[in-house]
Design a protein around this ligand. Structure first.
Ligand code: ATP
Ligand code: LTN
Length: 331
């Protein structure tokens, strides 16, 4: 029996190089070894106001980007969260088990409610419970997430504990985090002390997967670096440079030590020019495949439907078991 992997990204902003390196690239390497489910978290996106038209188009766009970046819809189950209604149903049961105090501690909630002061809705607060439902529905063993999602995964594990304390073991599997060795956290290009984030208002802070070559070059060349000259990996004192080196290393497959050696005596500018070219070359075939996929929405709809059908069969088994365990009548 292969282990089960599940992950997703919220359908907001533009998928970035950070999402690719921190998440999708890892997912790709897992698709042969594990039974993988990857989904578009469209319901999670609603915790912040979304223009309906934009959300619809973006959901297609993210799905096409997943495939263009190398996730195979045959090898993996790739689906859209709202197509499998079991997610929200399980979330309700888990909501009734989760103490408010636990949700209050979530740093993402604190950050997002500071950012969206006019829309601190209850969904923003209970978001980690829906995320726990996403994970637990599929008897997931491993969840590949970046550092920023660790706390939510811990809460999911706590929720399994709350459930088992009340109803006994055997319904859910206890999930664990899977964090790739390199590039778990890619930083913002202009402000390398914070992470590269796809919903950043300043689009100079990230490279989007579907940016054109000119934009990519411009963004990488103007990335913030310190005033030194030595090309040395030192995230504390040379955060900007080290971030560029991390990106370089992941995309080229060369180790940091190899890069330091190759750039001995060279200037930051040399590295930026080479990195820009590497990113452009890496993303070029992705962009072409993406453009192709986006031309045929009917085909995307078919793939989405097939993904959701396959996911739902699995989700249903867990949800039936949960309903029975907590005492809801069989329908
Ligand atoms: P948002 O800005 O909307 O919060 P995000 O860029 O943080 O979005 P998510 O949808 O939260 O992206 O995350 C999707 C996946 O990508 C998660 O597994 C997350 O950990 C990973 N990820 C996001 N940003 C980065 C980053 N800068 N470096 C590495 N991994 C990242
Ligand atoms: N909250 C996640 C996206 C997400 C997710 C999940 C990731 C929603 N549900 C389940 C892993 C497992 C984020 O990265 N912002």
């Amino acid at each position: 029996m292969k282990k089960i992997i599940l992950s997703g990204s919220t359908v907001t902003g533009d998928l970035t190089l950070g999402n690719y390196i921190g998440a999708i690239n890892n997912w790709k390497q897992l698709q042969d070894q594990y039974d993988c489910l990857y989904f578009l978290a469209d319901l999670h996106a609603l915790t912040v106001y979304q223009d309906p038209k934009v959300l619809r188009e973006r959901t297609y766009s993210f799905f096409a980007q997943y495939i263009a970046l190398g996730l195979d819809p045959k090898k993996n189950i790739i689906f859209n969260q709202s197509h499998v209604h079991e997610h929200t149903e399980l979330a309700w049961i888990l909501t009734c088990l989760t103490p408010m105090g636990y949700l209050n501690r979530m740093t993402q909630f604190k950050e997002k409610s500071e950012k969206h002061v006019k829309n601190i809705n209850a969904g923003l607060f209970t978001y980690p419970i829906l995320m726990a439902a996403d994970i637990l529905l599929y008897q997931t063993d491993l969840v590949p997430v970046g550092e920023d999602q660790r706390q939510h995964l811990e809460l999911c594990r706590d929720i399994v504990g709350f459930f088992e304390n009340r109803y006994g073991p055997g319904v859910f599997k206890m999930p664990e985090a899977y964090v790739g060795k390199m590039g778990a956290r890619i930083m913002s290009l202009q402000d390398p002390d914070k992470k590269m984030s796809k919903s950043d208002e300043n689009d100079k802070n990230f490279v989007s997967i579907i940016d054109d070559a000119k934009k990519i070059e411009k963004k990488i060349k103007s990335a913030t670096t310190d005033s030194g000259t030595d090309i040395k990996f030192d995230p504390e004192n040379k955060a900007g440079l080290s971030n560029l080196m991390t990106i370089y290393s992941v995309l080229s497959g060369k180790s940091i030590a190899e890069l330091e050696k190759a750039y001995e005596g060279k200037m930051y500018g040399h590295l930026k020019v080479d990195l820009a070219e590497l990113v452009v070359e890496t993303l070029k075939p992705v962009r072409e495949k993406y453009d192709d996929l986006m031309k045929n929405k009917d085909h995307l709809d078919e793939l989405l439907k097939s993904g959701a059908d396959r996911a739902q069969v699995k989700a249903r088994v867990t949800l039936d078991q949960v309903y029975k365990t907590v005492g809801l009548l069989k329908y």
